[in-house]
Ligand binder design. Sequence first.
Ligand SMILES: Cc1ncc(COP(=O)(O)O)c(C=O)c1O
Length: 372
Amino acid sequence: MLPIQPPLIPTYFTNRSSQLSSQTKKISGSFFLSWEDALWHLLKIHKIKKNAVVLVPEFFCGDVTDNMNSHGLQHIHYNVDKYLQPNESDFINKLQKNNPAVVVIFHSIGITNPLLKNSKEWLEFLPKKTILIEDCVHKVVDPQAIKFATKNHYVIDSLRKVVPVQGSWVYSVHPIPKIPMKTNLLTAWYRLQVFFWWVLMELFLNIAYYTKSKVIQKYGNICAEFAMKKGYDVIGDQQLPACGIPGMAWMSNRLNIVKIYDLKRKQAQLYKNILQKTKKSKYFFYIPISEPDFSQLRGFPLGLELQYAEFFLRFVRENGLLLRFELNDSPWSKKQKIVYLPMGLHVRSDDIQWVCEVLNKFQSTFSTNLDK
Ligand SMILES: Cc1ncc(COP(=O)(O)O)c(C=O)c1O
């Protein structure tokens, strides 16, 4: 059984505080419990009014938009095509029509969003006071590589999705005021619950990672997935913003980013080389990824045509590959589905070969049955 979630293993870390680039640009970083907690804090410090509009892409987490609504925002989606490319003219139209207080631009699966490659086209339509959130939940961020587009531009990650650390960094051009002590006391129970589910998930992931028994691997990973979902259910529900858990910011500064980037680049290349042989599948479709983004991927994305998606998921899970439909509650996922093939320091080249064999087995098993 192979999970997509990274276990807490020493190889993710290094002794030194890690810096990828040699330059030392002045960037402010604040540490929160989650991406959503960071957003709730930004809403407060920017004094965002009730019913203000937040613009989010169609490929986005439905649970997060529900939480945005319960925090007084109204969400509006802008179009994203089948291959996760944002529709620039729809984005500009909605910027002009809705005067959003918050705009979210998401690097889906770690793939650089074209809107941020080409911000000149739409920046003139962005109201001066609007908070621009660069959503990096699928990336391991190198702070020195950030390019800020406005003074209200914030880059926010969500470490637990990509590395074995719980918490979210917010990077900005100016320092962010700290969460008051009273708020920290009021969110203590919430923080404890989030921490509990994360520890439980990591415990099961580690048991599954280190054991040689297939049965323990299977049940360890299933329990880890259960704990992960419980944690997701709790995160973001709290009205007050919560700070990060002590020690997690320190751990995140010791992540071996160079090694993570390097291995992910090789793993994405390997997936691409093997999967190229089955490029014309009627069950799957491939999301275009440029080579510089290989090192940033959360997992290797595999698009699934809607009519075959349920059969596919059941088949791969029965065969020990613990994939799930990602962002399944987004408007985008009503038309097609997506899974992320495992990547990270806990995944070996042999595992990738095996994952691709499972995909091939699916194609050969179902090529006749599914079309009847
Ligand atoms: C695209 C996207 N952005 C933001 C978030 C929120 O991240 P967090 O769970 O750290 O609040 C999620 C959560 O799944 C997400 O999928």
